[in-house]
Design a binder for this molecule. Structure first.
Ligand SMILES: [Ca+2]
Ligand SMILES: [Ca+2]
Length: 243
């Protein structure tokens, strides 16, 4: 993409993006096109990350492992539902993912968890997600029983109008009381880690090796925390001045 086009795209996306400044948007656009690779632009062909490419990023970069949740996150990003995350969906998705307010995150997580999109998180949906995300305990004779118990406990805590399913209001009230319930049914946001701790131990971030060396032993874990991701992606705002 030539500079003029990049600048125009940056301007447009910065205007519609709440949580990133211009140089951050620029970094994320560059990252996007690096990830997508060289694709000839043709009319009618959407350039973007398909389901597999996007899931790979979630897995390698943000350490997500749950197939069902990654699929839901993909759908959350792919707002127009065309099967691929475009550059603007990428920027807007990451804006929420990395910098979203509690309100934005609650809305997003609820949509991720409401598997059939009917506006409620049902017992079946909870069961399905918890079964997926919990470690199997081989000693248990019937692991499903344990999950059913967990669904009941969760409902008791969150279902404030006692209709046996979670509306957004139930969910919102419960999360406002206890923020840990935000991702009650599976991790679908990057791990913020303890930011201060990471900053202390990390020291200067070296050459970005994003997506190349996810298991680097020098890292604290096998994936990037939100802060590490931001430190690597938004590495050099000065680059931006000559655009
Ligand atoms: Ca799309
Ligand atoms: Ca539902």
């Amino acid at each position: 993409m030539n500079r003029k086009k990049l600048q125009k795209l940056t301007d447009t996306l910065t205007k519609s993006c709440k949580h990133f400044n211009k140089s951050e948007v620029n970094c994320l656009i560059t990252l996007f096109y690096n990830l997508v690779g060289e694709v000839a632009e043709r009319p009618g062909v959407v350039i973007g990350l398909d389901r597999n490419a996007f899931r790979n990023i979630l897995h390698v970069t943000f350490g997500m492992t749950d197939d069902m949740i990654m699929d839901r996150v993909f759908r959350g990003f792919d707002r127009d539902n065309d099967g691929c995350v475009s550059v603007s969906e990428w920027i807007h998705g990451l804006s929420l993912f990395l910098r979203g307010t509690l309100e934005e995150k609650m809305k997003y997580c609820f949509e991720v968890f409401d598997l059939n999109g009917d506006g409620f998180i049902s017992k079946e949906e909870m069961f399905h997600m918890l079964k997926n995300s919990l470690l199997k305990q081989p000693s248990e004779e019937d692991p499903d029983e344990g999950i059913k118990d967990l669904v009941e406990i969760t409902l008791k805590k969150m279902d404030q109008d006692h209709d046996g399913k979670l509306s957004f209001t139930d969910y919102e009230n419960a999360v406002r009381e206890e923020t840990l319930l935000l991702e009650a049914f599976g991790p679908c946001l990057p791990d913020p880690k303890v930011v201060a701790e990471t900053a202390q131990q990390a020291g200067p971030i070296e050459e970005p090796s994003l997506f190349q060396d996810p298991l680097d032993a020098n890292r604290f874990s096998s994936h990037l925390s939100q802060m590490e991701f931001e430190a690597q992606v938004f590495k050099d705002p000065h680059d931006f001045h000559d655009i």
